[in-house]
Design a protein around this ligand. Structure first.
Ligand SMILES: Cc1cc2nc3c(=O)[nH]c(=O)nc-3n(C[C@H](O)[C@H](O)[C@H](O)COP(=O)(O)OP(=O)(O)OC[C@H]3O[C@@H](n4cnc5c(N)ncnc54)[C@H](O)[C@@H]3O)c2cc1C
Length: 413
């Protein structure tokens, strides 16, 4: 029951990619995500859990390298193929897609810098890893900074009274890192490396930050309990603590001078990817509702024959098609443009997560009481979609940051 592909210019490779990732999402990702959803967060990260089985399969197929250019040994998908890949994988499950997406963060940054030592020590070990023993994460949020740390370009980003609580202090040729992340770092409990956002010059407020690539297997690093939450339970999340952890000089890859613009670029890429992820989530919900509506009989006929259900299904379809069209355009544009236009990525993230939530909500309604039970997949997808409205920046605060960017660029006061 596939959707009609409206892009007539897809290459044979893109069609093949779509089919193979779809198959993997349905046959491997979805069943494993269902099992993980019923486990405790501690069981999810245990050796031998379905989380590791799927991650290992993804690494063996090089899915962890879709954002790493081929000159470094990655798959390096073009932006449209990347959208197709993310949408199809998320059709299986948002949580495991996010896990494989954040895994590449340190290597993705390293690939933007093109320094030989970063290639040798960060990228190559990552792309050559076939057993998911090398997992990265994006550690930006802190217990007291969730939304504001994700709002570069706003007035309070430069407010001297608001600064990072994770601090980096230079000692000779090393940086010493102290503090803790929020409980929300995706893959935080299992990651071996982080792209860590730190405070360097608090006199500049949030803008005085830096980004380092830090080895999480060293002394001075510990983790909190994995976070127990209602959605995306197949995605391990948790705090990381730094107690005089060390980063060598060359691994503080971004300093306060370029911190705000790199934060902006990071959000632009991450939010545009989220648009693709949640198009896939919305589609999964819609297809479940359609199938159920054809099977469930009430009033002597399949409920799909009732006008209200038809209308709801069409409404869901319309939202998904527009979400796909817009999120593809935003991802393709922003991955081809330097610097990217962050407001377009935020529009994609906020729109597609909202669509996914609305579609999942309607799809659950179409399932009636059964939709509320653990026996039906729609119940999990509804919870996963709910998390999307907060993940990667809460939609309210992202919208404010996007509005600021929009007003600045269009010069409207
Ligand atoms: C599934 C998931 C995955 C995540 N993955 C990661 C990850 O990989 N790495 C990482 O570091 N973090 C991650 N996060 C954290 C996520 O980025 C934060 O949860 C998010 O930025 C919101 O921060 P907060 O939870 O602290 O809420 P707060 O910032 O405390 O916000 C609380 C409420 O206040 C609103 N609000 C805040 N500021 C404003 C404002 N200026 N104007 C209007 N309203 C405002 C918000 O919109 C929200 O509704 C993840 C979160 C989730 C749910």
């Amino acid at each position: 029951m596939g959707y009609q592909e409206l892009a007539l210019q897809l290459t044979d490779e893109q069609v093949a990619l779509k089919e193979s990732v779809h198959k993997f999402a349905v046959n491997v990702v979805r069943p494993a995500a269902g099992e993980l959803d019923r486990m405790t967060p501690e069981e999810v990260i245990q050796k031998g859990s379905p989380f590791w089985t799927v991650m290992k399969q993804m690494y063996a197929m090089k899915y962890h390298t879709v954002l790493i250019p081929d000159e470094y040994g990655g798959i390096g998908l073009d932006p449209l193929s990347l959208h197709i890949f993310f949408e199809e994988l998320s059709y299986g499950s948002a949580g495991l897609t996010v896990a494989s997406g954040v895994a590449c963060f340190p290597s993705f940054y390293a690939s933007m810098l093109a320094e030989d030592y970063l290639t040798d020590n960060i990228i190559i070990p990552y792309v050559n890893c076939t057993d998911a023993s090398n997992v990265g994460c994006w550690a930006i949020t802190e217990p007291d900074h969730g939304s504001d740390i994700l709002m570069p370009g706003t007035e309070f980003f430069h407010d001297r009274k608001i600064s990072h609580s994770i601090k980096a202090v230079k000692k000779g040729e090393r940086w010493l890192i102290n503090g803790q992340t929020s409980a929300w770092v995706s893959c935080g409990p299992v990651a071996t490396t982080a792209a860590l956002f730190v405070g360097i010059d608090s006199a500049q407020g949030m803008a005085g930050g830096g980004i380092c690539l830090i080895d999480l297997t060293q002394k001075g690093i510990s983790r909190g309990k994995p976070t127990n939450k209602i959605g995306q339970r197949d995605l391990p999340q948790g705090e990381i603590f730094f107690d005089n952890a060390e980063v060598s000089e060359g691994y503080m890859i971004i300093d306060p001078e370029s911190y705000e613009s790199m934060s902006d670029t990071t959000i632009a890429i991450a939010n545009a990817s989220m648009g693709a992820f949640f198009t896939g989530v919305a589609r999964a919900a819609y297809e479940l509702a359609l199938q159920y509506a054809k099977e469930r009989v009430q009033g002597g006929k399949a409920i799909v024959a009732h006008a209200t259900i038809k209308d709801k299904l069409f409404d869901m379809f319309r939202k998904i098609e527009t979400a796909r069209a817009y999120s593809r355009a935003a991802l393709v544009y922003n991955l081809n443009t330097t610097p990217p236009l962050v407001e377009y990525s935020i529009a994609s993230k906020t729109h597609c997560t909202q669509v996914a939530f609305e579609v999942a909500n309607e799809a659950l309604q179409i399932h009636g009481g059964y939709g509320l039970t653990k026996d039906y997949l729609i119940e999990k997808i509804f919870r996963d979609a709910r998390a999307g409205l907060i993940e990667d920046g809460s939609n309210y605060s992202l919208a404010l940051a996007a509005a600021d960017a929009l007003l600045k660029r269009t010069d409207i006061k």
